[in-house]
Write a protein that binds this ligand. Structure first.
Ligand code: ACO
Length: 324
């Protein structure tokens, strides 16, 4: 049928940071964070846990699960907004770390939609070349891009990486369809400046550091509307009903967003995989980490229909359907 996921893997930093620990960093409290976001803990990178290092470890685990060697990989894509260097890409570092010597490699910036946009990309490459194997990774060390004086954002995010190895199968399994969209006109609601410009003519007027900035309430509304819309459009274009979806793996933004989405789509809670209380919002890494955990826990059986949906800075959003 087409592009299948041959194996998944993930890697989380060792350090667990609780809401209570954040109380000594910024004016907040455990109760506020839990009730507004559902987040209880998040992982924060320490030494040796840069974005590319988490990504490389997730990739090694995905390759082992897929029984694919690094030399068989033709393309490495890392969805990220928190590379430790501007250049080279995290994907190039990963290629080197894992020894994917026959691959080309680049990063993809679609914020929290990075993994799904990567999945779509892999599907297109593989449909043109059935011998190709692609490594799609979502990886973030967002702790390096947070303003720990801004309580609106610093409590929400976490670090981690997830990966999937994709290849062709002539069975009846594979990616059924994808539906991806962006709206650059709303960028201000959720953005992160780059480093301060050394060219005064190109300097940002309101540069307040290379940190994530967000209008939380507006993002909240857009995220729910966009994810619901892309899920409905995709299901309609593929002629598939929500009833026949076995598992939904949404972007793990926060439980209030997810609960609203579940209500609007009238989904049974048991069909939706949620791990945001443990890890917070890991942006591009959230879906592949959740996928790996769901896969590892035996929640996905061969032949199941799995639905993904995401929303992130850009804005970028979308949905994807796979017959596992
Ligand atoms: N601790 C304590 N109080 C806080 C904190 C905090 N960490 N952050 C904000 N507050 C205060 C505000 O200052 C405000 O106080 P005020 O009324 O005295 O002004 C009050 O709490 C309410 O603030 P709101 O921003 O209106 O709170 P809201 O109910 O909207 O919840 C939240 C904020 C959780 C950010 C919500 O808007 C949200 O979930 N937005 C979506 C954001 C998101 O998930 N972004 C991730 C990237 S996009 C994505 O992944 C989908």
């Amino acid at each position: 049928m087409g592009t299948v996921i041959l194996g998944t893997g993930s890697c989380l930093p060792k350090r667990v940071v609780t809401n209570v620990e954040l109380e000594s960093v910024v004016e907040t409290d455990d109760e506020w964070i839990r009730t507004r976001t559902g987040i209880v803990t998040r992982r924060v990178s320490g030494k040796g846990e840069h974005t590319y290092q988490l990504a490389a470890e997730a990739a090694r685990r995905a390759l082992a699960a897929a029984d694919v060697s690094p030399e068989e990989i033709g393309l490495v894509v890392v969805g990220t907004i928190s590379s430790h260097m501007q250049m080279p890409s995290s994907a190039c570092f990963v290629q080197d770390e894992i020894g994917a010597v026959n691959a080309f490699a680049y990063d993809l910036n679609a914020a929290c939609s990075g993994f799904l946009f990567g999945l779509d990309l892999a599907d297109k490459y593989i449909s043109l070349d059935h011998s190709m194997k692609v490594l799609i990774i979502g990886a973030e060390a967002l702790s390096s891009r947070l303003d720990y004086k801004d309580r609106n954002t610093c409590i929400l995010f976490g670090d981690g990486a997830g990966a999937a190895v994709l290849g062709y199968s002539d069975s009846d399994r594979g990616i059924i369809g994808t539906h991806m969209l962006s709206d650059g006109s709303l960028w201000k609601l959720l953005h992160m400046h780059g480093p301060e410009s050394s060219n005064p003519d190109l300097a940002e007027e309101n540069w307040t550091g290379a940190y994530i900035r967000m209008e939380g309430r507006e993002v909240f509304k857009h995220a729910i509307r966009a994810m619901e819309g892309s899920v409905r459009s995709l299901l309609e274009s593929e002629g598939i009903s929500l009833d026949s979806v076995d598992l939904v793996i949404p972007h793990q933004a926060n439980t209030r967003i997810l609960n609203k989405l579940i209500k609007r789509l009238e989904l049974p809670q048991r069909k939706v995989f949620i791990n945001v209380p443990k890890y917070g919002n890991t942006s591009a890494a959230s879906i592949p980490i959740a996928l790996d955990e769901a896969n590892d826990s035996g929640l996905i059986a061969k032949g199941d229909t799995v639905l993904f949906c995401s929303f992130g800075g850009g804005f970028t959003w979308g949905a994807a359907l796979i017959k596992w």
